[in-house]
Design a protein around this ligand. Structure first.
Ligand code: GAR
Length: 210
């Protein structure tokens, strides 16, 4: 069974969706640990409720990003994971950490990448007058929010949407596509080649492909 470590910073609703899929038997994997960079967040409670080992590694207790990421890398490795899942982990990772888990680290980002990398994606999509927004699951590379996209889900932007109402509908899609991608990875159907995500030996369309 695939060994998964999940990194969170907050409410952990994506973590919950993955826990639910594992418990339902849809994903053949074990979540070995949930690591949070923020203490006392709801996601840690969700993990504890599911009987999963939790670790708080508070970035405020470290002097530098390098020192934090070195400690984080050691902590992750102590669980010998096959897959590291970033689920609302709101920190930029150093290249050496990313390199260590190359092809084994997934992220979910609330936009249709390559649009709206970074923060406040829902408000930015509304402000730009977009009619469609969404969410992407991608492999993590050194390029921030830039690794190969695996799946995207689209969400229509409605006339009266606020960042909050839009975020709620994006979340519903997140909770569908993230467990799906984790399932594929756990079934060894999904790999990262140089610049592509590959499912069942077929390249998924990448940025620039039509
Ligand atoms: C999700 O919307 C995820 O897409 C986003 O944080 C939220 C976490 O929610 N991630 C990022 O913005 C990454 N830069 P959750 O804690 O309820 O899963």
């Amino acid at each position: 069974r695939t060994r998964i470590v999940v990194l969170i910073s907050g409410s952990g609703s994506n973590l919950q969706a993955i826990i639910d899929a594992v418990q339902a038997g849809d994903i053949q994997a074990d979540i070995c640990a949930v690591i949070s960079n923020r203490p006392n967040v709801l996601g840690l409670e969700r993990a504890e409720k599911a009987g999963i080992t939790t670790v708080t590694l508070d970035h405020k207790e470290f002097e530098s990003r390098d020192a934090y990421d070195a400690a984080l890398m050691n902590k992750i490795e102590s669980f010998t994971p096959d897959l590291v899942v970033l689920a609302g982990f709101m920190r930029i990772l150093t290249p050496s950490l990313v390199q260590k888990f190359k092809g084994k680290m997934l992220n979910i980002h609330p936009s249709l990448l390559p649009k709206y990398q970074g923060l406040n994606t829902h408000q930015r999509a509304i402000d730009a007058g977009d009619s469609v927004h969404g969410v992407s699951v991608h492999f993590v590379t050194e390029e921030l929010d830039g690794g190969p996209v695996i799946v995207q889900a689209k969400v229509d932007i409605l006339p009266n949407d606020t960042a909050d109402t839009l975020a709620q509908r994006v979340h519903q899609q997140e909770h569908i596509i993230y467990p799906l991608v984790v399932k594929w990875f756990s079934e060894q159907r999904l790999t990262m080649e140089a610049h592509y995500a590959v499912l069942d030996n077929k390249e998924l369309p990448s940025e620039g492909a039509q």
